[in-house]
Design a protein around this ligand. Structure first.
Ligand SMILES: [Zn+2]
Length: 55
């Protein structure tokens, strides 16, 4: 079982750990990679912690 608080990656803005619990939208790239948009709880920016890109 996977806990709902796994760290997906770091916030590209402030470096805070982004956890699964903060994911708002999950998507899949055309290559089949999983991605997710999450709101950083520290700086309140919507970021993609897996690909480490700001919106
Ligand atoms: Zn942040």
């Amino acid at each position: 079982m996977t806990a709902n608080n796994a760290v997906l990656g770091g916030c590209p803005q402030c470096g805070h750990d982004i956890r699964e619990a903060w994911v708002m939208i999950e998507y899949e790239t055309t290559e089949g990679d999983a991605g997710a948009w999450a709101e950083c709880p520290n700086c309140e920016t919507i970021v993609d912690p897996i690909h480490n890109k700001p919106e």
